[in-house]
Design a protein around this ligand. Structure first.
Ligand SMILES: Cc1ncc(C[n+]2csc(CCOP(=O)(O)OP(=O)(O)O)c2C)c(N)n1
Ligand code: SF4
Length: 473
């Protein structure tokens, strides 16, 4: 009897995705799910869950950290092997997994992967080749086939205009240092079993400290290939495999075990070696007398300026001598969703820029309310764009205000300044930064300089509104 169960190194439920969620964000028939499962099973099999650090890329698998109950780092686009190198060199017992798509690895990250492979970093790289940019809606990738129609090659890729598809296994096989290079496919059960073997070898090499292992996975993306999942599997076999032959390129079984005890200098020694004189820290100048760390989530549709409002707040905080972080989040699914920015403002250094339980929410649209109200800290503040959202906050332990942000912005002369109106109201209510600081930072932070004046008008309109309505916390 075959007993199917969830690997232990997956979370039981994917809380980061939404309370009690059991499903991933991947589209039906996507190869990422299969690849994740194989990796998770092997982490269990090798008993390395506590040592594994999974480096997620930018691409559809950007949220792999929703699923893997291991150490997780989210790297900038294409930089997973560089981030992995940092981890490798600072934590000698870590098992480093760099997981990347073809846009991430063979496009923007081409330099990072070639150099990590050339240095023979003791890590395992899983390269998910679906011949397209999945997350951003199906543009041409370096691995897109000749003739393949994508958003950016609507008549099909041509050699003359776009170059030829890049075989990453072939390219890395030109280097002397990697110990293991194999291309596998997820077309059928036989392919998946072979893939599992290669995954296992790649991880074992790292456990045994034998060096750099690279596994390319031919993986379906039914949504962007615009075909049903079964046809997509067939397309991998009939179209992708002839261009990217499934085979082992290299397996240096006898590669000697690496001495990976890199010299690590302490921070002070490092600064001294670099001849850097460190000034004693200046005393912190708080903006307000009593300050509690503000965990702010600014959420809305793309185009509502949620990201720029976040940057503006963080810039103001830094200007006022506070610590601040800003972390953008764009919905990765192909099926819409909200964009949001997490901003932390504090009088103490900030450990992580992630805001899971906000103390302040700017709900620029309706979906933002339903997405984040439930995660708010008790006693939190919800500012709602009342011009377009009429729903009330349902929780009794939150303080909320409907601000006619879009109307005030429109009256000031620029509908798009609704974000600045919301920010001004928050600044007025909380005193987190000075209103003068906001006015000072707006001209520096706004890209289109001719819009400075109208944004200052929006600030004045919002401040007038707070005073007129006698709003206070
Ligand atoms: C610096 C930067 N440039 C561009 C983007 C936009 N972007 C997000 S994902 C992506 C490509 C993802 O494609 P791929 O690596 O093939 O992964 P997939 O989504 O197919 O799994 C791009 C170009 C970005 N987020 N950051
Ligand atoms: S867009 Fe493609 S790669 Fe991304 S989740 Fe959907 S099927 Fe997978």
């Amino acid at each position: 009897m075959v007993k199917h169960s969830k690997p232990k190194s997956f979370y039981d439920t994917y809380e980061r995705k939404g309370e009690g969620t059991n499903t991933t964000h991947y589209c039906p028939g996507c190869g990422h799910g299969t690849a994740h499962k194989l990796i998770a099973e092997l982490i269990d099999e090798f008993g390395i869950q506590d040592r594994t650090i999974f480096v997620s890329p930018v691409g559809c698998s950007v949220f792999a950290f929703y699923y893997f109950d291991t150490g997780n780092v989210q790297a900038a686009h294409g930089r997973a092997p560089a981030v992995g190198t940092g981890i490798r060199r600072s934590l000698k017992d870590a098992i480093v997994i760099s997981y990347q798509g073809d846009g991430d690895l063979a496009g923007i990250g081409m330099g990072a992967i070639v150099h990590a492979a050339n240095r023979g970093e003791n890590m395992t790289v899983f390269f998910i080749n679906n011949a397209i940019y999945g997350m951003t809606g199906g543009q041409m990738a370096p691995t897109t086939l000749l003739g393949q129609k994508t958003l950016t090659t609507p008549l099909g890729r041509t050699t003359m205009r776009d170059g030829n598809p890049i075989g990453m296994c072939e390219l890395l096989d030109a280097l002397k240092t990697p110990v293991f290079i194999e291309r596998v496919t997820l077309t059928d059960a036989k392919g998946v079993l072979k893939a599992r073997k290669a995954f296992k070898k790649g991880l074992l090499n790292q456990i045994e400290k034998r060096g750099f292992s690279f596994i390319e996975v031919l993986s379906p993306c039914p949504v962007n290939w615009k075909m049903p999942p079964t046809d997509a599997r067939r397309w991998v076999k009939e179209s992708l495999e002839p261009e990217f032959p499934v085979k082992n390129f290299r397996d240096l079984v006898d590669n000697p075990v690496q001495d990976i005890s890199y010299p690590v200098l302490g921070e002070k020694a490092m600064l001294k070696a670099l001849d850097i004189v460190v000034e004693p820290e200046k005393p912190y100048r708080p903006a307000v007398k009593e300050f509690s760390t503000q965990l702010v989530k600014i959420s809305g549709f793309g185009g509502q300026g949620v990201m720029s409002a976040g940057v503006l707040l963080a810039d103001c905080a830094i200007m006022d001598g506070l610590h601040a972080t800003w972390l953008p989040s764009y919905g990765p699914e192909m099926r819409g969703g909200t964009a949001n920015a997490s901003v932390i403002v504090s009088d103490k250094p900030i450990g992580s820029p992630v805001v899971i339980y906000p103390s302040v929410l700017f709900a620029m649209n309706g979906p933002s309310m339903s997405a984040f109200e439930k995660f708010m800290k008790p006693g939190g503040l919800v500012l709602i764009n009342g011009s377009i959202v009429s729903e009330q906050v349902t929780r009794k332990d939150l303080k909320s205000f409907h601000i006619p942000a879009s109307d005030l912005a429109r009256e000031a002369g620029l509908l798009a300044a609704a974000n600045v109106v919301m920010l001004t109201v928050y600044v007025m209510l909380s005193g987190v930064v000075k209103i003068e600081t906001l006015k000072q930072v707006v001209p520096m932070s706004i890209k289109h300089k001719h819009l400075t004046e109208v944004n200052i008008k929006a600030i004045d309109a919002a401040a007038g509104y707070v005073r007129r309505e006698k709003l206070s916390l």
